[in-house]
Design a protein around this ligand. Structure first.
Ligand code: PGA
Length: 226
């Protein structure tokens, strides 16, 4: 019976996720663990480069990131959108403007993530495509710290929209052309690796949770972006 099978799902699940997924994945672990009390979880949160290092060393069962590694033979599946938006303080002079040109970002002090960050790579790629050079005023290794710095008036930045879900009180999303940068979160594991039953159970759970999240948050995002 299914119920018996559930009881049999025991063991450890080792997950490594990029920084933006920490706004989504831990929240889901509670219900997952209630469903499968026999499963213990170890969760690592690190930047894109950190994930690649862990993957090369085969340290975890599953990885969640936004750019599929190019130089590794991996299995991957997108499960949720992870768009990146331009974030400014709520009282910013461009806050009410529509269709801001991407060139206008060159006039703003910019807060940038650290080298090795996938966020930084995506921003740099878009800026390179449009020959944009921003004035990096501050480099910070954390999305949370960037949000606080923006709220403190140090500059603007580009962040995953998921980082804004918990609170959007002091911040706003600017309507800049070519944004949001479209991307997804992917579940990834090395090709040829045999996934444990525990890991496969988690994959199914995550796909289902992502579907529900999509249904629930479309409204939340529309609200936040108004
Ligand atoms: P990062 O990755 O923490 O390496 O910037 C986040 C993301 O790509 O969403």
């Amino acid at each position: 019976k299914v119920a018996d099978l559930k009881g049999l799902k025991q063991g450890q699940l080792r997950l490594a996720v990029i920084t933006t997924a920490k706004y989504f994945i831990p929240r889901l672990l509670g219900p997952f663990c209630q469903l499968y009390p026999g499963i213990d979880i170890a969760l690592q949160v690190t930047n894109h480069e950190g994930i690649l290092e862990r993957m090369s060393a085969n340290l975890d069962d599953l990885y969640i990131l936004s750019q599929v590694p190019e130089h590794m033979d991996v299995n991957y599946q997108p499960f949720l959108e992870n768009p990146m938006v331009v974030v400014a303080p709520i009282n910013h002079r461009l806050a009410k403007e529509k269709k801001i040109s991407i060139q206008q970002l060159e006039d703003e002090p910019f807060i940038m993530r650290e080298p090795g960050s996938g966020t930084r790579r995506s921003i740099q790629k878009l800026f390179d495509e449009h020959n944009i050079t921003v004035k990096v005023k501050l480099e910070l290794g954390s999305n949370e710290a960037i949000k606080q710095a923006i709220a403190g008036g140090l500059g603007i930045s580009v962040l995953s929209r998921h980082t804004l879900l918990p609170e959007l009180a002091d911040l706003t999303i600017l309507d800049v052309e070519h944004f949001p940068i479209k991307r997804d979160w992917y579940m990834v594991y090395p090709n040829g690796k045999q996934l444990s039953i525990v890991a496969r159970t988690y994959c199914e759970y995550l796909l289902d949770a992502a579907k529900q999240f999509n249904q629930k948050t479309i409204g939340v995002y529309a609200e936040a972006e108004r």
